[in-house]
Design a protein around this ligand. Structure first.
Ligand SMILES: *Cc1c(COP(=O)(O)O)cnc(C)c1O
Length: 447
């Protein structure tokens, strides 16, 4: 065995090869060492030792792979619009056109041009959000989880946060409301039961140690049957009567432009004049990752004084993109917000896209395709019971099982669903320019 290993080339010899002349020394050395080490551990006879040339080629390939970008576009044919694993919300080319020039120049993010003094980055969002929600003030943080953390830490450190047992939710990526409350320094005071919480449960829980009544949107699940929860209005009133802060973590939230949904919009929520509300920027809002907090001016001022804010502060990109997103809402330009545009597509448009895709790929002899009815989902942990009727194409391959075909198209950047031994491509998040790409992917797979 030792003899066998001595057949492997020396690391130093490889590093001196001409083809590696312009390679980064340390990276090349690390890759070469790792590769030779793997060979050492895996070869068991002479036949398995690759030629010197093959070894060089392999190292060169690994080196290139290491330096190539690891992010690429994906075609989302799952029918789930705010797909967290696929980057949640996408931006419109128009929005990017607007903000890209800002990113390569200095700008007045925190500068008051009139006075020549330091300005505040949140002011670029404030007027728009205050106009939309008729609220007093606004703050933006890194995401909605940050909003929960900042609010609890500012107002309920070592004090009680009263919350219904029916709202101790967990959303994807192991975000759990009870854990975040504790992380933020708050004391969790659960009230009611899993399925029923009454106003008196909240009332009876209030003590001198209480600071805040938290209502959390159930987001990714629904309770049916023998259930009861206390309305936001009642909680706001109760908080006011007891000098507490009411805070509603709405999770996704939406402004307008979503057909047939039976929960209140952020605008309707704001009408109750809550102390604090927070929601995500990249769920149904369709903007960048952010946590948007709105509510009473004095409370927002306190949040700004918390040193944690510095750690949760948003970048200029977020401010630019949020401003453009909120402006689109105020101007009713929903086509500039792809999340909303995708939700609002008519069944005729979806059917036509499915038919266009079918016309392209049914010519591929080893595929069997059909236009079919499907249901899309909002995603991002919102509207869990809501299905949006859609159209798509079902595909089966003459030889490959659906699972294998699914793996192959996924590795080429097309993600669909698998059902009844077929690949289902939902047209909801597929744009016209994707059709030719999908055709090419199935051609590349071959028969
Ligand atoms: C999604 C969600 C969060 C976390 O929001 P992110 O923007 O993903 O950090 C917090 N609370 C609720 C109720 C949610 O639905």
């Amino acid at each position: 065995m030792r003899e066998l290993r001595s057949q492997l080339p020396k690391i130093d010899t490889i590093l001196k090869e001409k083809i590696f002349k312009n390679h980064h020394r340390d990276l090349l050395k690390k890759i070469t060492q790792d590769y030779i080490q793997t060979l050492r551990q895996t070869i068991i006879n002479y036949d398995q030792i690759p030629s010197y040339e093959d070894i060089l080629q392999k190292i060169s390939k690994i080196y290139k792979q290491t330096l190539s970008p690891s992010l690429y576009p994906i075609i989302n044919a799952t029918g789930v619009i705010a797909q967290t694993n696929l980057g949640r919300s996408v931006f419109s080319p128009k929005l990017l056109e607007e903000i890209l020039p800002l990113l390569s120049e200095y700008n007045n993010l925190e500068y008051d041009i009139q006075k020549g003094t330091r300005g505040e980055r949140y002011k670029h969002i404030k007027n728009l959000v205050c106009a939309l929600f008729e609220c007093e003030d606004v703050l933006v943080v890194n995401n909605n989880a940050s909003a929960v953390l900042l609010i609890i830490n500012t107002f309920a450190k070592n004090k009680e946060v009263i919350i219904s047992r029916g709202e101790l939710i967990e959303i994807g990526g192991s975000f759990r409301i009870p854990e975040v409350i504790v992380c933020a320094g708050g004391i969790l005071k659960e009230v009611g039961s899993t399925n029923k919480t009454h106003l008196k449960d909240y009332k009876n829980a209030i003590t001198h140690e209480s600071a805040l009544i938290l209502k959390a949107h159930k987001s990714n699940f629904k309770q049916i049957g023998f259930t009861q929860e206390v309305s936001l209005e009642e909680l706001i009133l109760l908080a006011q009567e007891n000098n507490l802060i009411d805070y509603y973590d709405v999770g996704s939230g939406y402004i307008t432009g979503i057909p047939n949904i039976c929960e209140p919009s952020l605008i309707e929520i704001a009408k109750h004049n809550p102390s604090l509300v927070s929601f995500s920027g990249d769920k149904l809002l369709g903007g960048p990752q952010a946590g948007i907090i709105f509510g009473k001016k004095d409370l927002i001022a306190k949040l700004k004084e918390n040193h944690l804010l510095r750690a949760l502060r948003v970048d200029k990109f977020t401010i630019f993109a949020l401003q453009a997103t909120f402006r689109a809402y105020l101007e009713n330009k929903f086509d500039d917000i792809p999340t909303i545009a995708m939700l609002n597509q008519s069944l005729e448009t979806l059917f036509q896209k499915a038919q266009d895709l079918l016309n392209l790929i049914e010519k591929i002899p080893y595929l069997k395709c059909e236009v079919i009815n499907l249901f899309s989902k909002a995603g991002g942990g919102s509207l869990p019971d809501k299905e949006f009727p859609s159209w798509g194409v079902s595909i089966s391959h003459s030889r490959l099982k659906a699972q294998i075909l699914g793996d192959k198209i996924r590795q080429k950047g097309l993600i669909g669903r698998i059902q009844n031994e077929q690949i289902l491509l939902d047209m909801r998040c597929i744009q016209a320019h994707h059709l030719a790409q999908i055709y090419r992917i199935f051609i590349e797979i071959g028969n």
